[in-house]
Each structure stands twice: as C-alpha cells, then as structure tokens.
Ligand binder design. Sequence first.
Ligand code: PMT
Length: 411
Amino acid sequence: MLAGKRILLIVTGGIAAYKTPELVRRLRDQGAQVRCILTKGGAQFVTPLALGAVTGDKVYQDLFDLTDEQEMGHIQLSRDADALLVAPATADVLAKMAAGLADDLATTALLATDKPVLAAPAMNVRMWHHAATQANLATLQGRGVTMIGPDNGDMACGEYGPGRMTDPLDIVQAVANFFSDATLLAGRRAIVTSGPTHEAIDPVRYIANRSSGKQGHAIAEALARLGAEVTLVTGPVALADPAGVTMRPVASARDMLAACRDALPADIVVCAAAVADWRPAEAAPEKMKKGGDGPPALCLTENPDILATLAQAGPRRPALVVGFAAETETVVDHARAKLARKGCDWILANDVSPETGTFGGDANTVHLITATGVESWPRMSKAQVAGRLAERITTHLTNGGGAGGADEAAE
Ligand code: PMT
C-alpha cells in the first residue's frame, strides 16, 4: 500500500511517543521507508536507539549538529520525503507550526517543506478543546495539513475524551488513504476562482469587498490533493499559495475572466471568488484631487459574469461548473434562483451576514444545491467544506455525472 513511499516521521514530546516504534514497524510492513526526527521532548518518551533500530537509519535530533548538516541538511531531510508525518503532534508543535516558528530541527523541517504534511494530534482533552488549539488546527487545515484523529479514550492524565493519539495501525491506514486519494482526480483539470476583485477608481483607489480567499484557496488545495491539475485564479489576498496548484493572481473581474479563459479547457470549475458586480465606468488616469466641487460621483458599469460565462453551453463547457451564492436572507431560495440564472450545475449557498463571520473567518455553513435537491451541511471549517466538496465532485465525475449525493436533507 505504501510501497516505496518515503515518510519523514517527526516524533514530538507526548506520552504517545512510546508508540512510535510500533508505528514505524507498521509503516515499514506496508513498504514505506521511514526516517525519523526526534525532538528533545520526544526523546523523553522514546529513545533514539529504539527508533534507529526500527528504522534501520540514523535518527536526526539536532538542528545545529554540523555532522548532520554535512551528511543530511534539514532542508534535504524534507526534500527527500514524499510526506512528513508528525506523530504524536503535541499542542505545542501544532502552535509552532501555525505560527511558522522554527526553533529546532523538527519545526525547521516543517517550515522548510513543500511536501504534504500529516499530523496525529495527541494531548490532554482540555488542551485539545482550548480555543487556541482549535484556531491553530483551523489554520493548519486551511494550509492543507491533514489531521489524523485524535481518538476519544482514557488518557495517561486520567481524563477521558478526544486527545488520544490514533492507533498506529489506523495512522498507517490514513497515510495509505492519503496517497491513494492523491490519484482520484488524476488527469482532470480544474479552475478555481478565489478572493475579491479590485476595481480601479484611479491609480491609488479601488472598490473591493471583504473576501479573504480562504474558502477558494482551500478548495483549490483540496482538489489538488486529490490529484487534479488546478489553476487558482485569485484576486488580491494575503494568503500563502496552496501546495501543488498553478497560481494566476489577478486584480479586476475582467482580468479574472481572461485568466479563467486562458486556463480552459477544464473538467471542473469552482467559482468561489467574490467578484465585484460593478466597476467604475472609467478609471481616472491620474489620482483624483479633492476640489471645490465636492465629492465626485462614481458612475458604475456592470462587470462580466465569470461563472455564467464559463457555464455557457458549448464545446469548451467544463463537465461540472460550481458556483457560490453569498446571501444575507432567504439564502437557499436566492441561491436556487442564482443557479438557474447563471446556468451552473451546483451552487453552494452561504449566509454572509456580518454576524456569521463567513467573510474572512475560518468556518462556513453551506447548503449544496443541485438539480436533485438541497444538502445542508453543518457549520465546519472552510478546509472541511473544501474537502467535502472535493469528495462530492470526485463521486460525481467518477459516477459519470450523477447527482453527487445531494438530497433534500438537513444534517
Ligand atoms: O473569501 P472568504 O473570506 O473565505 O469568504 C468566502 C466567500 C463568502 C467569498 C465565498 O464562500 C462565497 O460565497 N463566494 C461567492 C461570493 C459572491 O460573489 O457571491 P454572489 O452571490 O455575488 O455571486 C454568485 C456566483 O457568481 C459566485 O460563484 C461568484 O463567484 C460568481 N460571480 C459573481 C459576479 C461576477 N461578476 N462573476 C462571477 O463569477
């Protein structure tokens, strides 16, 4: 299942570290090659000797070990891996990963990598539930880190609940699933739009909106993780580029449409961008000056509709065109009308009223509307929305264009 896969296992300082020799054995049983980084904390629970014996390789511990740097630099360690697996992943290492800290070999390798990262969290139940840990998890999942567990159970500290590291055999299964999922959309091309557009008023001013790009970027990342060849056409955002996608940064709606057209043909289109419906009819060539005539009147003109354009019937029409509907009232009804008006196949309706925190936040509550019905998903992180949508898209395309599982049901 994992034949030839090179796993860089990062063992951090939780009691569950004692299970990692077993984890290494199980990974190797499946044909994986395993190399270990052991943190100072991890070494309190499992010895480098034990991990060295089961990996048959040197165990790397010190960032500033000159011999190590000559033999195998910290960059090379992650470069030589197909994936990094952090197990156990303590609350501390998750916080460091989320903050981008690099104060030891493990966190430096994690910051320096462009390879997929999986993490099996393990910590006390209250640490798990703490708002800081949950925010770190959302950040990391938004950046494409795959979480494995944790499980519920009795913990070493005497408490019960979520926080126990997933069993080594189940971790191995999750790693194997990760690699097999990576081919589900192989050979499929996808275009995802994300973020706001900026519509120039003059060389220094523009009209924009509150979209952060978090939802669109997460969708691009989720589709790429399933093996799709993804072009992410994004308006101006302050986010890291998702792993494994081709970036097409743009500013205005017209730029966005041109970039989407360039990226055709595609099998899948997901329009998550908050495109400005209108732009100033004429951007002033020079910075507008305050004058004696009072504030200038803005004359607006309509922007092209990217979703409706890409959904138009024709030989280049993608097999599946998915839109979003940003609504503040009667969300599903308005979204249904948009689906029909724009001619897309599916639409994800989300409530963007200020109190929902959808714009810019880490979570979303969506209703997937297709020709066969409405599927209301519970509130979840934008990364989870992306993962679920990517799963539905995969099922739809591999079933030859079925309804994709949307029924008149609320969860
Ligand atoms: O970016 P985040 O902070 O993570 O927030 C996510 C989001 C709220 C922006 C996202 O989930 C979302 O709802 N995106 C669509 C926003 C929007 O513009 O909705 P709309 O109802 O105005 O447009 C409907 C659909 O038409 C959308 O798919 C939009 O991308 C598309 N559209 C709209 C206008 C236009 N000129 N061209 C388009 O393609």
